[in-house]
Design a binder for this molecule. Structure first.
Ligand code: DQA
Length: 152
């Protein structure tokens, strides 16, 4: 694995100021810096991006999938609504780990549905910024062949 894409959806640019009781006080820039340092340690390049626009995420997932590069994806609310993003994962065969800062299953029922989860390698939710480093670890393990893969 040469490059990992970490893609972030709507409103994640507001981290730090946005509902800190749920999402904590760390900014997205700080999450990026920590993930970048971890990637450097592991010898992988990181492409880190955020957009409030569904189409950007669709295009970025397609690019990663077609390049055969894995994705750490926090799609924000698009997780619960976007069939287009799920189709992009499926259609481009992107290896995706779905991440969330918060434990979406302990929140409102509309957050219990994910269109991404059925086409993802796995889901990590509820560990704050650590969800991202756990996802990196899982991806490195999956590349080394240590993860069982459910047929999808
Ligand atoms: C989130 C959870 C989503 O339900 C929410 O819409 C977000 C953030 C998380 O990281 O906990 O924007 O993806």
């Amino acid at each position: 694995m040469k490059t990992v894409h970490c893609l972030n959806g709507p409103n994640l640019n507001l981290l730090g100021a946005r509902e800190p009781d749920i999402y904590g006080s760390e900014t997205l820039a700080s999450i990026e810096a920590r993930l970048r340092a971890l990637c450097a340690e592991k010898g992988v390049a990181l492409r880190f991006a955020q957009s409030n626009h569904e189409g950007d995420l669709v295009s970025w997932v397609q690019e990663a999938g077609l390049a055969g590069e894995p994705v750490i994806l926090n799609a924000g609310a698009l997780t619960h609504t976007s069939i287009a993003l799920a189709d992009a994962v499926k259609g481009s065969k992107a290896k995706v780990i779905e991440v969330h800062l918060s434990n979406v299953h302990a929140r409102e029922s509309f957050r219990h549905t994910s269109h991404i989860a059925p086409v993802a390698l796995g889901v990590i939710a509820g560990f704050g910024p650590r969800s991202y480093s756990l996802a990196l670890d899982a991806l490195i393990g999956a590349e080394a062949g240590d993860a069982p893969r459910t047929e999808r």
